[in-house]
Every structure is written in structure tokens, then in C-alpha cells.
Design a protein around this ligand. Structure first.
Ligand code: FES
Length: 87
């Protein structure tokens, strides 16, 4: 995959539950992969209402894949898999 889009929810619930740490993903990735990740901070993705905040913080990858209870490590792992062609 050429490039991976990562939208990090920075709405109140997700922010309070740790999404700010996930914003460090670009510097945490190996240098060879850094330019291939497009990172966007987003306002509430309207996912927190569904599970009564249980799944926050949320990250959306490539417009369709939702990661609940996202962590920097988990998102990095998934992004690396996508960039290296492991699905
Ligand atoms: S605050 Fe993140 S989905 Fe609502």
C-alpha cells in the first residue's frame, strides 16, 4: 500500500482517554515509513456515543477501518502491517 491515512479522534472523550499520545505516531514510526502515513486530528467521529464511551479513543484507518481502544502501539502495528502488505 502506497500510503495509509490515519484519522485520530481528538473529541473530548477520545482526547481524555489517550488520543493525544497517538498523535506521536509519525515520530514513533521507523524513518522509512514516516512519509507514507497521512495523519489527521479529527473532531468527534461520532463513535463514542455507540458504545457509551467504552471504545474510546477511536482511530479510523483508510476511511473504513475503525480501531477502538486505540493505543499508539496498536495503531503503529496496524499501519506497519498495511504498509508492508500484510492484511
Ligand atoms: S470523542 Fe472520539 S468518537 Fe466521539
Amino acid at each position: 500500500m502506497e500510503k495509509v491515512k490515519v484519522e485520530i479522534c481528538c473529541g473530548t472523550a477520545c482526547y481524555l482517554l489517550g488520543s493525544a499520545k497517538i498523535m506521536d505516531i509519525e515520530s514513533a514510526l521507523p524513518e522509512a515509513l514516516r512519509g507514507r502515513v497521512e495523519i489527521e486530528a479529527r473532531p468527534c467521529l461520532n463513535l463514542c456515543e455507540r458504545e457509551n464511551l467504552g471504545g474510546a479513543p477511536y482511530v479510523r484507518i483508510n476511511e473504513t477501518e475503525i480501531v477502538a481502544k486505540a493505543t499508539l502501539e496498536g495503531v503503529m502495528k496496524r499501519v506497519t502491517e498495511l504498509l508492508e502488505g500484510v492484511s
